[in-house]
Design a protein around this ligand. Structure first.
Ligand SMILES: NC(=O)c1ccc[n+]([C@@H]2O[C@H](COP(=O)([O-])OP(=O)(O)OC[C@H]3O[C@@H](n4cnc5c(N)ncnc54)[C@H](OP(=O)(O)O)[C@@H]3O)[C@@H](O)[C@H]2O)c1
Length: 266
């Protein structure tokens, strides 16, 4: 972001009447610490690198993708920021608590929590097993709650922000993904409850993306989405990182769900 003003100190803010203009987005998050869950790959990775490029030190949570998590750490360190790979199975509450103890030990603070880790399990009425139901709900809904609970003391101290991930399946009833849709609908109410419970110190918002083009995903997902979305394209990891950045910086926004879907749900 740029402003037509004569060079004040890097990273400072310039107040013009009631307007505050951030002058150096590259350093806007300098001194802040983010933790991104599921950050070894795909959307979580793009978010982690974006937050680092805006100046934050970033914890890279992973479950099984250690090699890729170490790659992200190296990429962030190249940007001159601190990073560390932190392993946890988020279906296990004691591992969640350990994750946030490690974050506090290694980084000393926490300003931004992005709950990106999730699964996307196909399951219809007839073939949904108890295991599928529990895995979907534990990963997509229970984990963001217990991550928020464990992060709350750190975030209250820093005046931080939580960004949860829903999905347009929180609005559209996909009969091939019933537990997934139920879990992501739960994320919406969880976001609103947490926004009230953690105010005024901590803001809590959610992003509900439509199809984000990721290599390896079935091409028919993207084609079907493009056909239905008024903007006639799928989303990109950059679109999601832009939305995360917006919510990190939007200091008067809490308890909201940003539908990021090219108009697909209209
Ligand atoms: N991709 C899309 O088009 C799309 C659309 C709508 C919403 N979203 C939402 O956006 C977020 C990111 O999407 P994505 O496609 O990048 O996600 P993803 O690839 O499905 O999952 C991200 C990471 O979650 C981690 N994870 C899964 N189960 C875990 C567990 N039990 N404990 C800890 N970590 C676990 C995995 O980490 P490891 O690899 O380290 O095991 C995985 O790499 C998700 O919340 C998703 O629901 C995505």
């Amino acid at each position: 972001m740029t402003a037509l003003i004569l060079a004040p100190p890097v990273g400072s803010q310039f107040s013009l009447s009631c307007v505050t203009v951030p002058l150096d987005m590259d350093a806007a998050l300098q001194g802040q610490v983010a933790l991104v869950t599921g950050a070894a790959k795909r959307i979580g990775r793009a978010i982690a690198v974006r937050l680092a490029s805006e100046g934050a030190d970033v914890g890279i949570h992973y479950h099984q993708s250690k090699f890729e998590a170490d790659e992200v750490v190296a990429e962030i360190e190249k940007l001159g920021r601190k990073s560390a790979a932190l392993q946890a199975d988020l279906c296990n509450v004691s591992q969640i608590q350990q994750l946030f103890r490690q974050t506090a030990d290694q980084f000393g603070r926490l300003d931004i929590l992005v709950n990106s880790a999730a699964n996307f399990l196909p399951a219809r009425l007839d073939d949904t097993t108890e295991k599928i139901w529990d895995t979907a709900l534990d990963t997509n809904l229970k984990a963001p709650f217990f991550c928020a609970q464990a992060a709350a003391p750190l975030l209250k101290k820093s005046g931080g922000v939580i960004i949860n991930f829903a999905d347009i399946g929180c609005i559209l009833p996909w009969t091939g993904y019933i537990p997934h849709c139920a879990s992501k609908a739960g994320v919406i109410m969880l976001t609103k409850c947490l926004a009230k419970a953690l105010a005024p110190e901590v803001r809590v918002n959610a992003i509900a993306p439509g199809t984000i083009t990721m290599s390896g995903d079935p091409s028919e997902w993207e084609a079907d989405f493009i056909r239905r979305a008024p903007l006639h394209r799928a989303g990109t990891p950059t679109d999601v990182a832009d939305a995360v950045s917006y919510l990190v910086h939007a200091k008067f926004v809490t308890g909201q769900v940003l539908i990021l879907d090219g108009g697909r749900t209209l």
